[in-house]
Unconditional design. Structure first.
Lengths: 112, 114
């Protein structure tokens, strides 16, 4: 079946620190992979995506590379800001339908 | 655009009562999704519609849950009767057919069943 596993939180970092949030997946076929972000009190927003192996998604300084050999899609940012404090969700969409499978979310707090 | 609109934002009800959650998707979007978010289970897809037609409702937990989309601009998720374990945040999301991966989420409805 399809599933997403992401690292447990919460994660607390100082401003300008390097961020990695791990995400691995299980899927049949060739899924598309996503990172969504949820700011306090709001719904989820698409942060970045990758639709095939070796693709790199990037947005707002965040990056993630679709690694088929390790079934991973880790989120990285070189220098986090206080405004990056949010919950981050890794997700996959099966290529056989429109169902999305979300990870449990990783809470990030960035302190000044 | 106003984005996806959900109402109410908060709902507190007693066990056994009927609860109706409402969603207005972004105008022109072909897909509408209902999700439930809990600490224990994370974000779960309940059901989704394409052009107002339910496509996959395999995530609906049981017969107490029902969803409708009478037209392109309105959908409801109903729980009858409600139970304490239904307490969660319910999100509605919509997307365009050609960009179904880019879902736009509403702010959610926080449901508490006592």
């Amino acid at each position: 079946g399809n599933s997403v596993t992401q690292m447990e939180g919460p994660v607390t970092l100082s401003e300008e620190a390097f961020l990695t949030i791990n995400c691995t997946y299980t899927a049949t076929g060739y899924p598309s992979l996503f990172w969504y972000v949820q700011y306090p009190g709001e719904g989820l927003q698409l942060l970045l995506k990758a639709t095939k192996a070796d693709d790199k998604g990037s947005n707002k300084g965040f990056e993630a590379t679709y690694r088929k050999e390790t079934t991973s899609f880790h989120l990285e940012k070189g220098s986090v800001q206080v405004s990056d404090s949010a919950v981050y969700f890794c997700a996959l969409r099966s290529n056989t339908g429109n169902q999305f499978y979300f990870g449990t979310g990783t809470s990030l707090t960035v302190i000044p | 655009d106003a984005g996806v609109i959900q109402s109410p934002r908060h709902e507190v009800t007693e066990m056994g009562q009927e609860v109706t959650l409402r969603c207005k998707p972004i105008s022109g979007h072909d897909y509408l999704f209902w999700y439930r978010q809990t600490m224990m289970r994370g974000l779960e897809l309940l059901i989704y519609f394409n052009n107002n037609v339910p496509i996959d409702d395999s995530g609906m937990p049981e017969d107490r849950f029902s969803a409708k989309m009478p037209n392109a601009s309105f959908s409801t998720l109903k729980i009858q009767p409600s139970e304490p374990r239904d307490s969660a945040v319910y999100f509605c999301a919509s997307s365009l057919n050609r960009k179904v991966y880019e879902q736009y989420f509403g702010p959610g409805t926080r449901l508490t069943v006592t």
